[in-house]
Write a protein that binds this ligand. Structure first.
Ligand code: ADP
Ligand code: MG
Length: 474
C-alpha cells in the first residue's frame, strides 16, 4: 500500500481528533444525505459518506480523463443519431433483457413517429480506474459512461473545502492548497439553462424527474438552485405524476400541472424498478413531446454496456468520428478489453477465457446503479448455467481493472473511524447541447472521485459502498 498520509493513519489519537472536525466541516458544507429511515424528509439528515483525506491520483491520468471528455460527448451524441448501429448492437440483448427491450420499444416508436424536439442536451459522466500494469506503469481505463442520471455533481462541488480544511487542521497548509476546486453543478446547470433558452419559451420550466425514494435530494438541489438563480423555474415530479397530470398539446408541448416543460431532466428511469406500467406510459409521453429530454431514449441506450463493448471493436470509433483520428485514439486509449457473449464462435471464445481465468474479468449485465456485476468464482457459476443458451447475451465480459490500493479512512454516519485499504474511481462530467445539426456547447464541467474499501468489488456511493473523495494530484 502506498501511504501518502502515513503519519496521520498511523496515529490513532490524531485520527480520533480529526474525524469529528472533518464531519462537522462536511455538514457545514452541505455534504449531506437524507437518512435510510426517512428518505423523503429533511428533518434529520446525515453527512454523506466521505474519506478523511484525499486519495492520490496521477496528474497525467487526471488530465487525460479531462481532455478526452469532449470526445466522449461527441461520440455519445453521434451514436444516439445512428439507428442502424443501435439496432444491430442491441438486437441480441433485447431478445433476452426485458428492460432494454422496453426502452427499445419506445426508441422504435420514436423512430417511426419522428422527433418533435430540435434541441438535445447530454449530461454524462465517464468513470475510470487507474490500472496497474505488469511494467509498473498505470493507465487510465474506462469503467463505463453514464448517460442518464449521472449523480454527485452537486455534492462533489462541496467536498474540496472539507479536505482543504482537514489538511490545514493537520498542519499541512501546502498540501491543502493542492486540493482542486470543482463545480460540476454549475456546469451541469449551465447546460440545462442553455437547453431551456434554446427551447425558447420564457414561462416554461425545467422538470426534474425524481425517484419515489429521494435520499440524495441535496445533490439535485445544488443544480436546482443554480437554475433558480438564473431565474429558471424548476419543478420536481415522479413519472407517475406525469402519467396522472401530464398531457401533450397538439404541437407536442408537454404540460404537467399547468406548467409547460422545456427540459425534462431524468434523475430516475434507469432501473426496471423505476417503472410501473404507468411510468412507462409517462416515459413515452415525455419522449414524444418537444421538450428537451436529458437524456432522450436513444442517448440512454448509448449508455448500455453492450454498446460500450461494441465500440471497442476495430474501426467502429472511426465510423462515428471519421475525420478525427486523434479523438479516436484518445478514446481508444481508455478502453479496457471488452468481449461479446453473443451466440457464435466469438461468444464461445469469450466463455472459454472467462471460465479459464475468472479472476481476470468482470461479467456485466445491462444494468445501472451498482451491485449488479459478477466477479471471480461467481462468473464460473453463472456462465456454466447460461453458456449454452441465448441468455448469455444479456451480459458482456470485461477485463478486470486492478488499481494500486492506498490507505484511507472512510467516514460514515454511525460508523467507526477505521483505516482501510482502498481503491478509487474517477468520474468526469461532460455536458453538451446540440441544436439541429449544430453542437452549441461541449464541455468537461468537473470531476468526482469515489473511493471504496478493496473488500467490496462493486457499488457506488448511493449503494453505501463507495464514499466521496477528492483527487490529490501526484
Ligand atoms: P453500474 O452501472 O452498476 O455503475 P459499473 O460498470 O460502473 O456499473 O460497475 C459498478 C462498479 O463495479 C464500478 O464502480 C467498479 O467499482 C466495479 N467495476 C466495474 N467494472 C470493473 C472492471 N472492469 N474492473 C474492476 N472493477 C470494475
Ligand atoms: Mg458505475
Amino acid at each position: 500500500m502506498s501511504d501518502l498520509w502515513g503519519d496521520v493513519y498511523s496515529n490513532a489519537k490524531l485520527l480520533e481528533e480529526i474525524a469529528p472536525i472533518a464531519i462537522d466541516t462536511a455538514l457545514l458544507q452541505g455534504v449531506v444525505m437524507r437518512t435510510k429511515e426517512s428518505p423523503n424528509s429533511s428533518d434529520v439528515v446525515n453527512f454523506a459518506p466521505f474519506t478523511l483525506l484525499p486519495s492520490p491520483v496521477p496528474t497525467a491520468l487526471f488530465e487525460q480523463a479531462k481532455s478526452v471528455q469532449g470526445d466522449f460527448n461527441l461520440l455519445v451524441d453521434c451514436i444516439s443519431q445512428n439507428p442502424s448501429f443501435l439496432e444491430n448492437t442491441l438486437s441480441s440483448t433485447i431478445k433476452v433483457d426485458d428492460f432494454i427491450e422496453q426502452l427499445f420499444r419506445i426508441y422504435r416508436h420514436m423512430l417511426n413517429e419522428g422527433l418533435a424536439q430540435t434541441v438535445f442536451l447530454g449530461i454524462n459522466r465517464s468513470d475510470y480506474m487507474f490500472d496497474c500494469r505488469a511494467d509498473g506503469t498505470t493507465a487510465l481505463k474506462q469503467i463505463e459512461i453514464n448517460t442518464i442520471a449521472a449523480s454527485f455533481g452537486g455534492l462533489s462541488s462541496q467536498t474540496p473545502v472539507i479536505h482543504q480544511h482537514v489538511l490545514k487542521a493537520l498542519g499541512k497548509p501546502e498540501e491543502a492548497c493542492k486540493i482542486l476546486s470543482n463545480n460540476p453543478s454549475l456546469g451541469i446547470s449551465r447546460g440545462i439553462a442553455k437547453a431551456w433558452e434554446l427551447y425558447g419559451s420564457e414561462k416554461a420550466v425545467v422538470m426534474f424527474l425524481v425517484e419515489n425514494v429521494q435520499r440524495n435530494i441535496f445533490d439535485h438541489r445544488y443544480i436546482e438552485n443554480e437554475l433558480w438563480s438564473s431565474n429558471i423555474k424548476v419543478i420536481r415530479r415522479r413519472l407517475t405524476d406525469v402519467y396522472e397530470r401530464g398531457s401533450l398539446d397538439e404541437d407536442k408541448c408537454l404540460r404537467v400541472d399547468g406548467y409547460e416543460v422545456a427540459v425534462a431532466y431524468f434523475r430516475t428511469g434507469y432501473m426496471p424498478q423505476d417503472y410501473s406500467e404507468q411510468a412507462w406510459e409517462a416515459r413515452l409521453m415525455i419522449e414524444r413531446s418537444r421538450a428537451v429530454k436529458c437524456p432522450d431514449i436513444a442517448t440512454q441506450l448509448v449508455g448500455t454496456k453492450k454498446v460500450q463493448q461494441e465500440l471497442s471493436r476495430p474501426l467502429v470509433l472511426e465510423k462515428f468520428l471519421p475525420d478525427q483520428p486523434e479523438a479516436v485514439s484518445r478514446i481508444r486509449e481508455t478502453f479496457a478489453g471488452l468481449y461479446s457473449l453473443d451466440i457464435g464462435e466469438e461468444g464461445d471464445q469469450t466463455v472459454k477465457i472467462a471460465l479459464e481465468n475468472p479472476e481476470q474479468y468482470v461479467l456485466k449485465p445491462q444494468r445501472e446503479g451498482g451491485g449488479n456485476n459478477i466477479y471471480g468464482h461467481e462468473i464460473k457459476e453463472v456462465l456454466e448455467r447460461v453458456k449454452n443458451s441465448k441468455e448469455r447475451t444479456s451480459y458482456i465480459l470485461m477485463d478486470k481493472i486492478k488499481p494500486q490500493p492506498v490507505t484511507n479512512c472512510l467516514l460514515r454516519a454511525n460508523g467507526k473511524v477505521q483505516v482501510s485499504e482502498c481503491i478509487s474511481e474517477l468520474g468526469m462530467f461532460g455536458v453538451y447541447v446540440r441544436q439541429g445539426e449544430e453542437i452549441v456547447l461541449n464541455e468537461c464541467v468537473g470531476h468526482l472521485l469515489r473511493t471504496k474499501a478493496t473488500e467490496h468489488a462493486d457499488g457506488g456511493v448511493a449503494a453505501g459502498v463507495a464514499v466521496l473523495d477528492n483527487p490529490y494530484l501526484v
